[in-house]
Design a protein around this ligand. Structure first.
Ligand code: N01
Length: 542
């Protein structure tokens, strides 16, 4: 008899499935549901011990959505839409983790999920047309189709500072925060990094710590989240308008309810611009970021007016002028790095027990048994919080030994940055689908990956219904997509941007490469649908 997924154990023979999904985050959960819906024997392997992906690992205090909760959740299931009510406009991590567990249970997905099952290798076997997938504990799966739903922000990046193993205190990376409470009451705490994670965690640590020292390399343009509780009336209204809200997410570039204003900010007077920005600054969520004037993403002059406005706002909120100046970015315009949303972030630096250290002026040298040494000082800490982000987008692929035709590794294929067709497949890696991988994502991730998960399931069903079992894109199609992806940032201020979307944050000498997709979700959906409708143009089927 064919073994079922539950037969897997280190001693058992390989488990044979039709499809295997890697990752129980928001994308993988949906993908499992879609593949199961096509009648495929599917198993999902997850490195963590629970459901949630990024919402499982990033449980640091203050972690929360900065997209509206109801635009981030799933739309594919009427039961889920009906039975779940978000409590806040921007839900915190505990609520989101509960939501994803609710979905896994409500749709009975858990029975096909294996936890603590970290995939370490995936090797294509051309003769049998299967991927041989091995976990860290030695379990082996043979699958016709392999779908990676690894997340674009899942492999933690660490400062390139030696001696972490020498530090005798407690340290945590925000991206692998422990389930057990981290108690910083009365302790001397350090935070390294001031991106979205740092900006979210810092006010919470400041509340309890005896002292908090923030090591900042680059300041960011943070704007208020203006979160609020969803009361019964709003919940009822949202439920009534949910299809209208979904339609809106399908029309905007980033899958959000916010979209840029097309009128030129440069056509307005200073007072008029200021009035708009005051309104957006007080509006909830990403309104300031995604609902701003389109030309601030295109014109240095327009962007300069905006950053002058934000510089003033920072000065108003931070009492010490030197600290305010340090908290004001001087190396990038607004939107050239993903701007964090904050709640009381700037005010934290007015508190006497909080100190800001610029690692540009005073670089980190090493961890010591008692803390951190910088070029000019030695600091003692009980707890060090590392909020230095991720080896984004391709990082999670680098952690798996993926070998395609002829034993070629994905890392070799992507040595100059990722190459894919439609962000769906890489040439030389048949039957491997990348959901939420490079060259497809930007904006609200579940709005991108829901499209992909459905596309993948339809594609696999298409092959099965025609007695086919192999699909592989071509290098020519990859090249065409590569040029299309780059054209999406041409003429925008992204052309000379940096940060995780370009891999420049990692600092290991990797080539700067644009990892996302800036063409907007409506166009992305159109492009992948066109290929499918033309019998999967750009792919070879057999
Ligand atoms: O990571 P980041 P993140 N010494 O790379 C600094 C999403 N997200 O985890 O800019 C000192 O943005 C680094 O400095 P620099 C969101 O998409 C969403 O914060 O490289 N500092 C930077 O300041 C976000 O964009 C939410 O010079 C060092 C920081 O560490 C993405 O995840 C919440 C350093 C890292 O910032 C990543 O955010 C959280 C060093 N040696 C995250 N090395 C939501 O709200 C690096 N840094 C939903």
């Amino acid at each position: 008899a064919t073994p079922t997924p539950t037969d897997a154990s280190p001693d058992a023979s390989p488990t044979r499935v039709d499809a295997l999904v890697v990752g129980a985050g928001i994308s993988g959960i949906h993908q499992l549901w879609e593949l199961r819906g096509k009648g495929l024997r599917t198993v999902l392997l997850e490195a963590g011990s629970g459901v949630g992906g990024v919402w499982f690992w990033n449980r640091y205090p203050g972690a929360r959505f900065d997209s509206e909760s109801y635009t981030y959740g799933y739309f594919f299931s009427p039961e889920i839409l009906e039975e779940w009510t978000w409590s806040e406009e921007y839900a915190g991590q505990p609520e989101t983790e509960r939501y994803l567990n609710f979905v896994a249970d409500r749709l009975d997905l858990r029975k096909d999920m294996r936890f603590d099952a970290r995939v370490v290798s995936a090797h294509w076997q051309e003769d049998e047309r299967v991927w041989e997938v091995t976990t860290a504990t030695g379990e082996v799966y043979l699958t016709t189709y392999l779908v990676t739903a690894l997340g674009i922000l899942s492999k933690p990046a660490f400062p390139r500072v030696p001696g972490l193993e020498d530090f005798q205190g407690e340290w945590h990376h925000t991206g692998t925060w422990p389930v057990a409470d981290v108690d910083v009451r009365g302790k001397r705490v350090a935070v390294i990094g001031t991106g979205s994670s740092g900006v979210q965690v810092i006010p919470f640590l400041a509340k309890d710590a005896a002292s908090l020292t923030v090591f900042q390399r680059t300041a960011n343009w943070a704007t208020p989240i203006n979160n609020f509780a969803i009361d019964d009336a709003r919940a009822a209204d949202l439920r009534e308008r949910i299809q209208e809200i979904y339609t809106r997410t399908q029309e905007t570039p980033g899958g959000a309810i916010h979209a840029p204003m097309t009128e030129s900010s440069l056509a307005l007077s200073d007072e008029e611009r200021r009035a708009v920005w005051d309104r957006l600054y007080d509006a909830p969520g990403m309104a300031f970021v995604l609902g701003n004037f389109r030309d601030v993403a295109l014109s240095r002059e327009a962007n300069g007016h905006l950053t002058a406005y934000l510089t003033e706002r920072i000065r108003e909120r931070v009492k010490d002028p030197r600290t305010a100046a340090l908290l004001t970015p001087d190396d990038h315009g607004f939107g050239q790095k993903r701007p964090p949303l904050e709640n009381g972030y700037y005010e934290v630096f007015n508190e006497p027990h909080v100190r800001l250290v610029s690692t540009v002026e005073d670089p980190l040298v090493r961890y010591t048994p008692t803390g951190l040494e910088t070029a000019i000082e030695s600091h003692d800490f009980d707890v060090i919080v590392i909020a230095t982000g991720f080896v984004a987008v391709t990082g999670s692929y680098e952690s798996i030994d993926i070998r395609g035709t002829g034993g070629r590794t994905l890392q070799e294929h992507w040595v100059d940055g990722p190459h894919t067709f439609l962000g769906m497949q890489a040439a030389g890696f048949p039957n491997l689908f990348l959901v939420g991988g490079p060259q497809s994502s930007a904006g609200i991730i579940p709005r991108v990956t829901e499209t992909q998960a459905t596309w993948v399931a339809n594609c696999v069903a298409h092959l099965r219904d025609r007695g086919l079992s192999r699909i592989e894109t071509t290098e020519a199609a990859e090249q065409e997509w590569h040029e299309h992806v780059l054209s999406g940032i041409e003429g925008t201020l992204q052309e000379d941007a940096s940060g995780w979307a370009f891999g420049t944050n990692v600092g290991d000498g990797r080539q700067r490469a644009y990892l996302l997709y800036a063409g907007g979700q409506p166009q992305y959906r159109e492009r992948i649908a066109e290929s499918a409708e033309a019998g999967y143009k750009g792919f070879e089927l057999s």
